[in-house]
Design a protein around this ligand. Structure first.
Ligand code: GAL
Length: 586
């Protein structure tokens, strides 16, 4: 059966239940509406099963999408040697070797171990394009970008983005030409299963098979992420995506299909990417997705709970199917520095760890259950984990993988933590920890480090804190397990405004970020922190979620105005590579 003919039983609930916004979510009784003079007590009782195929879903729920110039898999062409010449000196001293570092000597006490996986990362929805091709079903992000007014910077869509779906052979050739050792990609769930469950799309399996085989052909280690935020739309519309425990079985079934198809060649797996980001996105923008009776403040925690269940079961299944694999999830968040040495600020720092990284890391690495600060908030509305669930969660990661981009200061809210905890309408409730990127006036009032693009206000080049950050992860959660910096990277300020190619390619702050970050990892390694790899975000400029093409994270520039989407190495890619040329044990 051709993928576009596969059917999905879509239950459309009477429109009245979807037309209210956040305010209505707290109500526990169904709404009452008046139609033609007669009162209907429970309009949600009216339901209809629609049968939709993939094409219908796109047409009805997303609308027309753009297609790229290239719509078949392109073969790789040789990378010209002239494009592999490193840039001249930047404005700081670089590592010793290559054209850009005339003055510095190598630090002989540093090295990356031979097996250190230095690589790059991307994610399906941000780089693939070809959103509607070859049987892919829509994800929530296709809807957000097409249907939610002003949601995307400049109304961008990821319909085409880097067209990596068809250009991956050339992309991998370009990574291989620089000697990159590892490529971290995500699998699009709704390509494999257009409705998130049910029929499996063999064309998608064939696609990722070839991508993986192409990696292996270049001796590039493939690392696969099962879920990088692109929830299949059908699951969102049917039961609310991660808000419903229904997602657990569907995710585990999807994991089973991916492990069975690719597990003979992919040894490194990440289940979910950054739950603290995608769970905190709930409630998703009102009016577009079915609202539930879960109060909006609680929605991130329902999501988090279901993530722990889904992740732990997918981990256990993966280890049973691929005993030699390495499986983890991807945590994220900046290093949290107390703004002052007050006791309240120390407590604010702890609360920030507890509600962000700790919400998942404490159960997975320490106890099988939530920490006390989280429990104090969620125990009134979420069920406690059963003993069986706790046992499955505890130890469900072989490494600690952290997307460690930046650092921040944390401090107690105005009026103190206790007052915040007593006031559920405080905007900082329930975490009750404030944050900033600026030192106190007594410490000079400086930024923690140079700012990235204004569209990424959460990101500063705070690389000095990275060794302390890695020690903290080791001491708190990883203990004897290896650590991977599974994403890190920088958005050069205002890069989108540059028009002159050579100017775009010379990205000094990003280059300094990678240089100093590598130095920080070398320091941590020399101090005994077992970092097994790092994956730079990203190998190309791509679709940066709600910032669309307004923000550039690539170590390669992509000219999105040229329909052939040409790629060019930026100076930062050479800086990154150079660290390994100099410091990796041969
Ligand atoms: C990460 C995310 C990536 C990418 C990056 C830069 O949090 O996993 O998808 O967007 O941030 O913002």
């Amino acid at each position: 059966m051709a993928p576009s003919k596969r059917v999905f039983l879509f239950t459309a609930v009477a429109a009245a239940s979807t037309l209210h916004g956040r305010q209505a979510l707290n109500q526990s009784t169904p709404p009452t509406v008046t139609l033609n003079g007669s009162t209907i007590e429970n309009p949600t009782a009216y339901a209809t099963p629609f049968v939709l195929n993939v094409e219908d879903m796109w047409d009805l729920l997303v609308g027309p999408v753009s297609t790229a110039l290239v719509t078949t898999t392109a073969s790789a062409t040789p990378v010209p040697s002239s494009s592999l010449i490193p840039p001249p000196p930047l404005y700081y001293s670089s590592f010793p070797s290559g054209q850009q570092n005339p003055m510095v000597v190598k630090n002989e006490s540093w090295s990356f171990p031979r097996g250190f996986m230095w690589g790059v990362a991307g994610a399906a929805w941000q780089v693939e394009g070809a959103v509607k091709d070859e049987g892919r079903g829509p994800s929530v992000w296709d809807v957000l970008s097409h249907r939610v007014t002003n949601f995307e910077y400049d109304n961008g869509t990821a319909d085409i983005t880097d067209n990596h779906y068809y250009l991956y052979k050339q992309d991998l050739a370009r990574l291989a030409a620089l000697g990159v050792k590892a490529y971290s990609f995500s699998i699009s769930w709704s390509r494999i299963m257009p409705f998130g469950r049910g029929p499996v799309n063999q064309i998608a399996i064939d696609h990722y098979n070839d991508l993986i085989n192409t990696c292996l052909g270049y001796n590039i280690i493939p690392l696969a992420t099962l879920y990088h935020w692109d929830t299949p739309l059908a699951l969102q519309d049917t039961y609310g995506g991660w808000l419903s425990e229904n997602i657990v079985n569907d995710f585990v079934e999807y994991a089973r299909i991916a492990y069975a198809a690719f597990g003979d060649r992919v040894d490194y797996w990440f289940t979910v990417n950054e739950p603290s980001v995608f769970c905190n996105q709930y409630p998703l923008p009102a009016q577009y997705f079915k609202n539930f009776t879960i109060p909006w403040q609680q929605q991130p925690y329902y999501c988090g709970h279901n993530v722990l269940l889904a992740h732990s079961q997918a981990y256990r299944l993966g280890k049973s199917m691929m005993p030699n694999s390495t499986i983890a999830w991807k945590s994220n968040g900046g290093y949290k520095v107390p703004l002052t040495n007050s006791t309240e600020d120390a407590e604010a720092v702890q609360r920030a760890w507890d509600f962000n990284e700790g919400l998942w890391s404490d159960p997975i690495y320490l106890t099988g259950d939530y920490n006390d600060n989280v429990k104090a908030y969620i125990s009134s509305f979420l069920p406690a984990f059963t003993d069986g669930q706790k046992a499955a969660i505890l130890g469900s990661a072989d490494i600690y993988a952290h997307d460690a981009y930046t650092s921040q200061f944390n401090f107690a809210p105005d009026g103190g933590i206790a007052a915040c905890l007593a006031n559920t309408s405080n905007p900082l409730y329930p975490v009750c920890s404030n944050s900033s990127f600026i030192y106190t006036q007594q410490d000079g009032g400086w930024l923690i480090g140079p700012a990235a693009d204004p569209l990424t206000p959460w990101l500063y080049k705070a690389t000095d804190w990275v060794p302390a950050f890695l020690h903290y992860i080791k001491d708190t959660w990883a203990k004897d397990k290896p650590i991977a910096v599974s994403e890190f990277g920088f958005a050069e300020p205002f890069e989108r405004q540059k028009t002159y190619l050579q100017d775009i390619l010379f990205d000094p702050i990003r280059s300094a970020y990678y240089h100093d970050y590598m130095e920080a990892i070398l320091i941590a390694l020399s101090e005994g922190v077992n970092v097994i790899g790092c994956l730079a975000w990203s190998f190309v400029d791509n679709f940066e979620w709600a910032s669309a093409y307004g923000v550039r994270f690539g170590m390669q520039y992509v000219n999105f105005s040229d329909p052939t989407l040409p790629r060019y190495y930026k100076a930062s890619f050479f800086e990154y590579k150079n660290a390994f040329d100099v410091y990796q044990e041969k």
